[in-house]
Ligand binder design. Sequence first.
Ligand code: RRO
Length: 304
Amino acid sequence: MIDLSTQIGPKLHLKNPILTASGTFGYGDELADLIDLSRFGGIVTKSLTLHPRAGNPSPRVTETTAGMINSIGLANIGVDAFIEQKSESLRSFPGKVIANIAGRTEDEYAETLKKLESQEWIAGYEMNVSCPNVREGGIEFGAKPEILDRIVERFRGLTDRFLMIKLSPNVTDIRILAEVCQKRGADAVSMINTVYGAAIDIKTRKPLINTVIGGLSGPAIKPIAVANIIKTRRAVDIPIVGVGGITCGADVVEFLLAGASAVELGTVNFFNLNAAAEILEFLEEYGVAQGIGSIAELVGKAKV
Ligand code: RRO
């Protein structure tokens, strides 16, 4: 039997390499009646901000040939309501809880993180410096190395917990950004956030989402994610958590071989409620068939 547990740097141990991708499971409660979340190694929450946000106007999601485009605009209940309303259920979650944090300003990120530090059940943070859909904040913190350098150094000074930075593919060279994260003491990077995308209704000639351009996710972006992981694996030693278009167990193995130590499932959960269970079953069968004893034996082992 393959041991499905995986270690993401010294600070985060997961019982299996499957996490939820931020924004696709709310705070662990959305879809909870439909999907057995206890199967997941961990939950990554929807991005939390210092104050509640209503997000962008509708339409803010549209389906495309091999995925979907979203422009949610960081809608969330805010960090205080999160702590008040969600801690009881998340505290008893059997996997690890990773809080995803976003902000309009560097101070907002910092204030949100400080509030979450009071919650001992939070295993760590995924810092969202890559949201493609907001005017202030989001990708502006994650696209320029000098800004990322400053902000990651600040986050590191605020917590000893697991600290992961979620990077965008909508940049010139993701490796330089990952190197900055490593230099400033991040425990891991996750990649990729969504890829800029747009779609137009040919009858009305109007864009299919309100902000015109949004973030493309789903199977369409899987090869982009794999390419970014391969590139980054060659550039840094810190672990990579892979995300982008995974739909099945074979995809997960591909991400592990490319260099990811764990993966996040997002869009797939909207069309296959059983995805995580099927993936875990596949990994067990694959482990037996290939004579593999642990997830670590696969990480970064592609012949590239
Ligand atoms: O809320 C969003 O519009 C959003 C976020 Br914060 C993100 O990081 N990535 C994305 O595709 N959408």
